[in-house]
Write a protein that binds this ligand. Structure first.
Ligand code: FEO
Length: 169
């Protein structure tokens, strides 16, 4: 594997664990606000991000590359309202999409077709992640400012259950 591609894949392990940390921080915020459904949603989101990190790690191992784990940044966002994490999550997912695209571009330039195929799952996943995050913002804007609407939205998000990623390496 070209060194630059391997480096970016290795960095992505850290980015995905940071995403897990960020979403766990959001889950904590909602727990403190007694919005247990929102908290549940982000706790599961954090689990998904750990799965993503492990997929990058396993892919590097499967290809005989060294894995170097770096320190995970502290989530430092301050949330002033229940809408804030939703907006921050949507922005964050767009950032993650840009990272996946950058690795893809490097793999493409290196004619690393195997890595491109591995990343295809993430390209699709990012489309879903962005859509889900945008939907959360829209739903909150529509219903979240009404107490009954917020109650129902919290219930809806509380029903989310974890499922393992469809990509198996
Ligand atoms: Fe790992 Fe939310 O993308």
């Amino acid at each position: 594997m070209e060194q630059k591609v391997a480096e970016l894949l290795n960095q992505q392990i850290n980015k995905e664990f940071y995403s897990a940390y960020l979403y766990l921080d959001m889950s904590n915020y909602y727990d403190e606000q007694d919005l247990d459904g929102f908290a549940n949603w982000y706790k599961i989101q954090a689990q998904e991000e750990r799965d993503h990190a492990m997929l990058f790690l396993q892919y590097l191992h499967n290809n005989g590359e060294k894995v170097t784990l770096e320190a995970i940044d502290k989530p430092d966002k301050v949330f002033a309202s229940p809408l804030d994490p939703l907006v921050a999550a949507a922005e964050h997912e767009r950032y993650v999409t840009s990272l996946i695209n950058a690795i893809y571009a490097e793999a493409y330039a290196a004619k690393d077709f195997r890595t491109m195929q591995f990343l295809d799952w993430f390209v699709k996943e990012q489309g879903e992640e962005e859509k889900n995050a945008d939907t959360m913002v829209k739903k909150y804007e529509l219903f979240g400012t009404d107490p009954k609407g917020l109650y129902l939205l919290n219930q809806e998000l509380g029903a989310r259950v974890y499922s393992a990623p469809s990509l198996v390496l």
